[in-house]
Design a protein around this ligand. Structure first.
Ligand code: ADP
Length: 591
C-alpha cells in the first residue's frame, strides 16, 4: 500500500517536474532572445543618434586615427559599448578600446557585410581581441551620396546578458524547486487522501484475519472506498455474531462434556487423540494436556484398550467391552467405541465412552450372593422340618416320646424359619428405606432401663448379671422403636455369646456437646480378630453351629448397623477371645 502511495506521488511529481522544467527551458530561451533583440534594437538606435550627430572627417589616415579614436572613447562613456568607426574600404578609423592602426581590415566581418547588404548587421561571436562573447551591431552611414557608406559599429559584451540569464535561471530554478516542493506536498496529500482509506481497510481486514472481530473501518466518505469499508464492516458484524454463537456452543459443549458422568475420548481416524473430558482424565489417570494431540498408542494404556481402539479404527463399527483397570485405581469399566461419521458417510474417527460399572457390578454380585445365602439359610430348617415330618409319617408317630421330641424340633425349626423370614423382611425394609424413621427426643436413662428390664428374664435364665452405668440428663433425638431394636439386639447377642454366670453391662456417656456413646460389653467368648471386620455382613457368623443353636439368623448385626447409619451414627467393636466383646455406638444428639 505504501509503495502504491509512493508510486502515485512520484508519478505526479514527475509529471509536474517535466512540465515545469519544459516551461522553464522555454522561458529561458525566449527571455534570452528577447533580451538580445532589445539590446540590438537599442544599439541600433544609439548608432542612429551617433550617425546623426557625427562629423565625418576625411584626410590622411594617420591624422584621422586620433580624431576617431577620441570620438569613440567619448561615445563609449555615454553608450557603455565599444565603439568602432570603419571606413567604407574596411579600414578601422577609430576604436574606443583598441589602437586602430593595429587592427586589420574589417570588411570581412559578418556584421559589416550584413550592414552593407541589408542596412543593419548583427553578429554574436567571440571577440578576437578580448576573449569573451560579444554582440556586434553595425549600421552604414552614407557620407557622400552614391558612394559606399562608412560603418559605425557598437559591440557589447554578452557577459552581462549571460549574467542576467544566469540570474534568471537561478530564480527560475529556485522557483521550480519551490514549485516542486509545493507540488510534491500536494501530490503526497492527494495520494494520501486516496490511499489512506485503503490502508485503513487493509489494516482492519488484517485484524479480522487475526480473529479480532471488533475491528471496524471508520467510513467518512460515501464513495466507492466508503462502500468497501461498509461492506467490510458488515462482514465483521456477521463474523462477530457467528463467532459469539460458536463460542457459546463451544462453552455449552465443554460444560456438558466436563459434567458428564461418563468419560469421553475422541480419536481421529489417524489415531490421534482430539478431545478428552474431565471424567475420562479421572478414570484413565492421565490429564488431557498430556494426551490431546498425541497418538493413542503413545499413551501408556492398558493393552486391551489399545487393541480395542485399533480394531474400532480398522473396522469402523461399534464395539462394546468390559475391562478391569488397575490404574489409577481398580475399576471395572464398560467401554463403548462408536465410529463417527459427521456428514453421514465419511469416517472421521471414533468416540470412546467410558462408564465405571464397578459399583453396579458389585451390587449385582451382592444381590445374587444374598439370594444364594437366603436360599441356603431357608433350606436348612425346611429340610429339617421335612425330614422329621417324614420320619413321623413313616411310623415314628406311634412312639409318643419320639413323636413329641420330633414335633418339638419341627416347632423350633419353623420358629427359626419364621424369625429368619422376619429378619430378611426387616432388613430389606430398612435397606430400601421404605419405612421412614420418626425422630423424637428420647430420655436416655429411662429408655435404657426399660430395655434392660425386657432382657432380664433371658439373662436370669443363664444366670447372667445385667448392669447399667448411665450418665444422667442425656437426651437423644431418635426413632425410639429402632433405637430399642439396636440396644436389644446387642444385649441379646451379649447374653447369647456369654457363658452362664457371666456379665453384660451397658454404659452411656456424652461425647462432646453433640454426641452420645452407648457401649454394650460382655464377658463372653469374644470374636476372633480375623472375623471382626466381617461380623456386620449379612449371614456372617463366626461359628455357624453355635449361632444356630442360640437361635441366631446371622442378620442381627447387619440390621443394627443399618439402623445406626440411619441415625447418622457409627458402630464399632473391640473384642478379645475368651475375655469378652464391647460394641460401641455413637449417635448424634440432634438429627
Ligand atoms: P447371629 O444371629 O448369629 O447372632 P449376628 O449378626 O447378630 O448374628 O452376629 C453375627 C455373628 O457375630 C454371630 O454369629 C457371632 O458369631 C458374632 N457375635 C455377635 N455378637 C457377639 C458377642 N457379643 N460375642 C461374641 N460373638 C458375637
Amino acid at each position: 500500500m505504501n509503495s502504491f502511495r509512493t508510486r502515485l506521488t512520484l508519478i505526479m511529481i514527475a509529471m509536474i517536474a517535466l512540465s515545469v522544467s519544459t516551461a522553464g527551458l522555454f522561458m529561458a530561451k525566449t527571455f534570452k532572445e528577447n533580451h538580445i533583440d532589445a539590446l540590438e534594437d537599442n544599439m541600433v538606435r544609439e548608432m542612429q543618434i551617433i550617425s546623426a550627430r557625427m562629423e565625418w572627417k576625411a584626410g590622411e589616415l594617420s591624422s584621422l586615427y586620433d580624431h576617431y579614436t577620441n570620438e569613440a572613447k567619448e561615445l563609449k562613456r555615454y553608450t557603455g559599448a565599444r565603439v568602432t568607426f570603419i571606413r567604407n574600404d574596411g579600414v578601422v578609423l577609430g576604436d574606443s578600446d583598441w589602437d586602430p592602426s593595429q587592427m586589420d581590415n574589417h570588411l570581412d566581418r559578418a556584421e559589416v557585410k550584413e550592414a552593407l547588404e541589408i542596412g543593419t548587421g548583427r553578429a554574436i561571436r567571440e571577440s578576437d581581441t578580448a576573449n569573451q562573447n560579444m554582440i556586434y551591431v553595425a549600421i552604414p552611414v552614407e557620407i557622400i551620396p552614391d558612394q559606399t557608406p562608412n560603418i559605425i559599429r557598437l559591440a557589447m559584451s554578452l557577459n552581462e546578458v549571460d549574467q542576467s540569464i544566469r540570474n534568471l535561471t537561478m530564480v527560475l530554478v529556485l522557483g521550480l524547486l519551490a514549485l516542486f516542493l509545493v507540488a510534491a506536498i500536494i501530490s503526497y496529500r492527494i495520494a494520501l487522501s486516496m490511499t489512506l482509506p485503503l490502508e485503513q481497510i487493509t489494516k482492519v481486514a488484517k485484524r479480522i484475519k487475526n480473529m479480532d472481530y471488533r475491528a471496524r473501518v471508520k467510513v467518512t466518505k460515501q464513495d466507492e472506498i466508503g462502500e468497501l469499508g461498509n461492506a467490510i464492516n458488515a462482514m465483521a458484524d456477521s463474523l462477530q455474531v457467528q463467532m459469539t454463537r460458536i463460542q457459546q456452543n463451544e462453552n455449552q459443549l465443554e460444560s456438558v462434556l466436563d459434567n458428564m458422568i461418563n468419560g469421553i475420548v475422541m480419536i481421529d481416524k489417524n489415531g490421534k487423540i482430539v478431545l478428552m473430558n474431565r471424567r475420562a482424565e479421572e478414570v484413565l489417570g492421565f490429564s488431557a494436556r498430556e494426551l490431546v494431540g498425541r497418538h493413542f498408542a503413545e499413551a501408556k494404556q492398558q493393552y486391551e484398550l489399545s487393541q480395542m481402539i485399533q480394531e474400532g479404527l480398522k473396522n469402523k463399527e461399534h464395539l462394546r467391552e468390559e475391562i478391569t483397570f488397575y490404574f489409577p485405581e481398580e475399576r471395572l469399566l464398560e467401554l463403548n467405541l462408536v465410529p463417527i461419521h459427521p456428514d453421514g458417510n465419511e469416517f472421521s474417527g471414533v468416540l470412546l465412552v467410558l462408564q465405571d460399572v464397578s459399583a453396579i457390578r458389585r451390587l449385582e454380585r451382592m444381590r445374587s450372593e444374598f439370594v444364594a445365602n437366603v436360599s441356603h439359610e431357608l433350606k436348612t430348617p425346611i429340610t429339617a422340618v421335612k425330614g422329621f415330618a417324614e420320619t413321623l409319617l413313616g411310623g415314628a408317630v406311634n412312639d409318643e416320646e419320639t413323636a413329641r421330641s420330633f414335633l418339638q424340633i419341627i416347632y423350633d425349626e419353623s420358629d427359626r424359619l419364621n424369625r429368619l423370614i422376619g429378619d430378611i423382611l426387616e432388613l430389606s425394609k430398612i435397606e430400601s428405606r421404605r419405612v421412614p424413621l420418626s425422630f423424637s427426643p428420647v430420655e436416655v436413662d429411662s429408655f435404657i432401663s426399660k430395655s434392660v428390664k425386657l432382657m432380664e428374664s433371658e439373662a436370669s435364665r443363664k444366670n447372667i448379671e445385667l448392669s447399667m452405668n448411665i450418665e444422667q440428663g442425656l437426651y437423644v433425638e431418635a426413632d425410639e422403636d429402632r433405637l430399642r431394636q439396636i440396644v436389644m439386639n446387642l444385649l441379646s447377642n451379649g447374653i447369647n455369646y456369654t457363658p452362664d454366670g457371666g456379665r453384660v453391662s451397658v454404659k452411656v456417656e456424652g461425647v462432646g456437646d453433640d454426641h452420645i456413646r452407648i457401649s454394650i460389653s460382655d464377658s463372653g467368648i469374644g470374636i476372633p480378630k480375623k472375623d471382626l471386620p466381617r461380623i456386620f455382613e449379612r449371614f456372617y457368623r463366626v461359628d455357624k453351629a453355635r449361632s444356630r443353636s442360640s437361635g441366631g439368623t446371622g442378620l442381627g448385626l447387619s440390621i443394627v448397623k443399618h439402623l445406626v447409619e440411619l441415625h447418622k451414627g457409627t458402630i464399632s467393636v473391640t473384642s478379645s477371645l475368651g475375655v469378652g466383646s464391647t460394641f460401641i455406638i455413637e449417635l448424634p444428639v440432634l438429627q
